[in-house]
Write a protein that binds this ligand. Sequence first.
Ligand code: 5RP
Length: 225
Amino acid sequence: MSNQSDKQRAAIAALKYVDEDTIIGIGTGSTVNLFIDALVAQNLRIRGAISSSNATSQRLQQEKIEIFDLNAVGNIDFYFDGADECDSHLRLIKGGGAALTREKIIAAASRRFICMVDESKQVKVLGNFPVPVEVIPMARSYVARQIVALGGHPIWRENVVTDNGNVILDIHGMRIVDPVALEANLNQITGVVMVGLFARRPADVLIVGSENGVKILPDVCLQAL
Ligand code: 5RP
């Protein structure tokens, strides 16, 4: 079970990667909200943020943090986000909050992706958490049939419309031994907008909060980043 204090430990530890006066990428979810709280509490003055969702944008606006358009900024140095599941290669399942498409775009445009999780998110093999897939609405049934052919059990996340106006299929029942291959196979289905598997572009740093403190993977010093 996820634990708020463990998420908070990870979020606070991530602050050491924040350079003041820079524009950073910010993801979506409860861990990210704790990260924003910690940023404000420690009075770290960033130039602004690229936001991954309307929910995060609202939160940033409340804190008077300027939001920039990724198109106007170009690539950025650091992206901060949570995850629903992570393995020892820092490959992730994301999109529990339905923000996977913008999250993946910002991660792609970032030099370093700093992922903050509580220890319950760590798994040996990805797939216990259903893989979210953002889909163009008219392709929903077609994409679902293709996913069944790949061995997955897609469930439509009813009453959820993404910030991009699309729908989400959550793929249950997959033990993902080759996340890079599955990500590629799902990406090839016509009608799929984005897949919540972050395997081809995993996190660069994983900060794991637990009651014993934080663990940072891989175990490299900040200068090496
Ligand atoms: C949103 C995400 C989140 O990072 C993921 O769902 C984790 O959320 P939380 O920090 O609330 O546990 O991918 O689309």
